[in-house]
Design a binder for this molecule. Structure first.
Ligand SMILES: C[S@@+](CC[C@H](N)C(=O)[O-])C[C@H]1O[C@@H](n2cnc3c(N)ncnc32)[C@H](O)[C@@H]1O
Length: 236
């Protein structure tokens, strides 16, 4: 894991801080802690923080990041804790940690730049022969390569069309099923080669690869199901 302090540059920080209306002593849940960028903004302003992320590497980084910034800023009364979990269980996690009366909750959805830049995680097509995994929590769920081995051509097409809005979804789904008859599709490199057979033009191929990876990432992590559960849990 990289120790780069720029693990993930938090987006729209000002808007997030304004929207949360952080006040000293009040409780906030960052349901997607990532590198802790937004979380630290809460702590700096005297807010009490419960940070949640399903990615163990993210939590390890966030812990070090928060500790070192809190020490540099000499924030003696900083009040924060972090928990590994899926925000789909937010009501349970909040209750267990005394945050069921939280004053604000942040969901900064999607993937972190760390996940994209750490080749071994299999989130990107840029790193050659890495396991096509795509799980944010590597201890739970079914990896992209295992899903790809089980799904029928029509199901693969649906995933690419619905979650990637990929215009060559049908051709790519077909190419996957033809390729896996010869040998299993296991690596990000395999995916790149198969998509490249459909998209010969390199300029447009990268866009297609982003859409293919995004589509499988959404399915592998059940991102829409988690969000639905997370939002209803957050209202409780
Ligand atoms: C865009 S990043 C958040 C970055 C963060 N705001 C920061 O300042 O560094 C999204 C994070 O949410 C996490 N995540 C995505 N879906 C999740 C879920 N269902 N439950 C818990 N964490 C999730 C990812 O692992 C990732 O670390």
């Amino acid at each position: 894991m990289s120790n780069d302090i720029r693990f993930h540059i938090p987006v729209m920080s000002e808007e997030v801080i304004k929207g949360l209306d952080i006040q000293e002593g009040k409780k906030y849940i960052d349901a997607t802690l990532g590198g802790g960028g937004h979380g630290m903004e809460i702590v700096k302003r005297g807010g009490r923080l419960l940070g949640i992320d399903q990615d163990r590497e993210a939590l390890e980084f966030a812990k070090q990041n928060l500790k070192s910034q809190i020490s540099n800023l000499k924030l003696k009364d900083a009040d924060w804790k972090i928990v590994q979990g899926n925000f789909r269980d937010i009501d349970k996690i909040a209750k267990e940690n005394g945050y069921d009366d939280a004053d604000g909750i942040l969901f900064d959805l999607g993937v972190s730049s760390h996940q994209l830049d750490e080749g071994e995680r299999g989130f990107s097509y840029r790193f050659g022969e890495k396991v096509f995994d795509l799980r944010m929590n590597q201890k739970s769920g079914v990896s992209a390569k295992d899903q790809l081995a089980r799904l029928g051509e029509e199901e693969i097409y649906e995933i690419l069309a619905r979650y990637g809005e990929e215009e060559c979804a049908r051709a790519i789904a077909h190419a996957f099923t033809v390729a896996r008859r010869l040998r299993p599709i296991e690596t990000t490199g395999d995916v790149v080669r198969i998509v490249s057979e459909v998209y010969k033009d390199q300029k447009i191929r990268f866009g297609a690869l982003s859409r293919v990876f995004q589509a499988f990432r959404i399915v592998v992590n059940d991102e829409l199901g988690s969000l639905k559960d997370g939002l209803s849990g957050a209202e409780k």
